[in-house]
Design a protein around this ligand. Structure first.
Ligand SMILES: *Cc1c(COP(=O)(O)O)cnc(C)c1O
Length: 429
């Protein structure tokens, strides 16, 4: 499979090159040259397939012959080492829980898949290391740190906005050591993201073989389509149209869902639910794309002013806004509305949603008015424990600490504070 740059001013590359480079030389995101829908047979028999078998069918055309079949199957099995249950919250509404992995957020899937692909591509290289440089607004850092820990030939440098991620999130990305380094940036997420983008284009850093592990990277982004298939498999027997609501920040998750639909997965409608960082909801109403600096909210993994993956979504709709709007809605919610939703979901349904999931729930409820016969699914993108500072006081409860989290709580934080791009360069050396 070849990948082209969405800025259309860079050579086409293989899967391997796209994974290693992250971003194309013209700063564009990579996009696959062709998308072939899966067979009718596959969807008719999906309930008889294991999650690993489903994932293999979904991803194989995007990898092509660049990873041997048995190795790819092994990578998928290691990626999907946990469950993806659809949990009934109330009549017609399910939470797709993506948080049962090692760092308790959906980003475990993409990070585990990508790290293992990179490990495979590096297996024969002796001194030609890759450096994964990644900006995180919260959960990416932990998932990348855990997913890449100990991977051969890969150094990981994680930039995060100082004081703007939760205590648990911070520990997950600052306590592992080995090949994982954390940089604490005096700024907001967009400052971290800008530094990372700048570093990729900086010739003087070429010797580091920098790559990204944000959903910019196709090996982080594409496997995120797997769990839309897993949800379908679980809910198929109800024979109803499906509406998915994704709490969205960089729009990688929802973009992967749209890719799943392109592969033939019957999804009736998508909702991109956001916090007050509402660039996309405004775009759908006003018709012009006008990114703003990000604002801090209680759903901080979605504090993104300029969502990287939106351009991929537009590509999948040939930039046809009218067609796009038939399949896609986007709504924005304040922190107050999010807290209210968390309380009412807990009180009425007995379900504990963290702030991102609650934003997803709100968008779903709104859209379902237009789809009375549908099943609605909101993605629960993180375990409530990762946002305990918000969840516990809002619901007046104490959450038990899961074992995955307990293991980082007593470890010592190690980070380097930086303010400027020059300091990042100096750190990389
Ligand atoms: C990253 C993240 C999101 C946003 O996902 P995108 O793919 O960037 O839109 C939502 N919720 C949580 C908990 C996250 O970590």
């Amino acid at each position: 499979m070849k990948y082209y740059s969405l800025n259309h001013n860079a050579p086409k590359v293989s899967f391997q090159e796209a994974v290693i480079q992250g971003l194309a030389t013209d700063k564009g995101l990579y996009f696959p040259e062709s998308i072939t829908p899966l067979s009718k047979d596959f969807f008719e028999n999906i309930e008889n397939l294991s999650n690993s078998e489903i994932a293999f069918e979904a991803i194989k055309q995007f990898v092509g012959d660049e990873i041997p079949t048995e190795t790819l199957k092994q990578i998928i099995a290691e990626t999907l080492c946990f469950d993806f249950p659809t949990v009934k919250v109330e009549a017609g509404i399910y939470a797709l829980e993506l948080y049962h992995g090692p760092t308790m957020a959906f980003k475990d899937v993409g990070a585990r898949f990508m790290s293992r692909c990179l490990g495979y591509f590096n297996k024969d290289k002796k001194d030609n290391k890759n450096t994964v440089l990644v900006a995180t607004s919260g959960d990416t850092g932990g998932a990348v740190a855990s997913g890449f820990l100990g991977v051969q030939g890969v150094e990981v440098v994680i930039l995060y906005p100082s004081g703007k991620v939760s205590d648990i999130q911070e520990r997950q990305l600052t306590t592992l050591g080995q090949n994982i380094k954390a940089l604490e940036v005096n700024g907001v997420f967009d400052d971290c993201q800008d530094m990372v983008k700048k570093a990729f284009l900086d010739e003087s850093l070429a010797h580091h073989n920098l790559t990204s592990a944000n959903s910019i990277n196709i090996a982080r982004w594409l496997p995120q389509m797997f769990y839309f298939f897993f949800a379908y498999k679980q809910l198929k027997s109800q024979n109803k149209p499906l509406v998915f609501s994704c709490p969205s920040g960089n729009f990688g998750n929802i973009c992967a869902g749209i890719m799943a639909k392109k592969l033939g997965l019957p999804i009736e409608h998508f909702v991109a639910s956001t916090n007050v960082n509402d660039t996309v909801p405004r775009f759908l109403v006003e018709g012009n794309y006008d990114p703003k600096p990000s604002k801090a909210t209680i759903s901080n993994a979605m504090d993104v002013g300029n969502p990287s993956n939106f351009i991929r979504i537009q590509e999948m709709y040939n930039n046809d806004l009218e067609q796009f709007k038939k399949d896609f809605s986007s709504f924005s919610y304040t922190d107050e509305e999010t807290l209210e939703a968390m309380k009412s979901i807990y009180k009425t349904d007995g379900y504990i949603a963290e702030p991102h999931g609650a934003v997803g729930y709100l968008g779903l409820k709104k859209e379902l008015i237009n789809h009375p016969n549908a099943i609605g699914i909101f993605l629960e993108t993180a375990h409530p424990i990762k946002f305990l500072d918000v969840v516990e006081p809002a619901l007046n409860i104490t959450l038990p600490i899961p074992t995955q989290i307990e293991s980082v709580l007593n470890k010592e934080k190690v980070s380097t504070k930086i303010k400027t791009y020059e300091e990042l360069k100096a750190f990389l050396g």
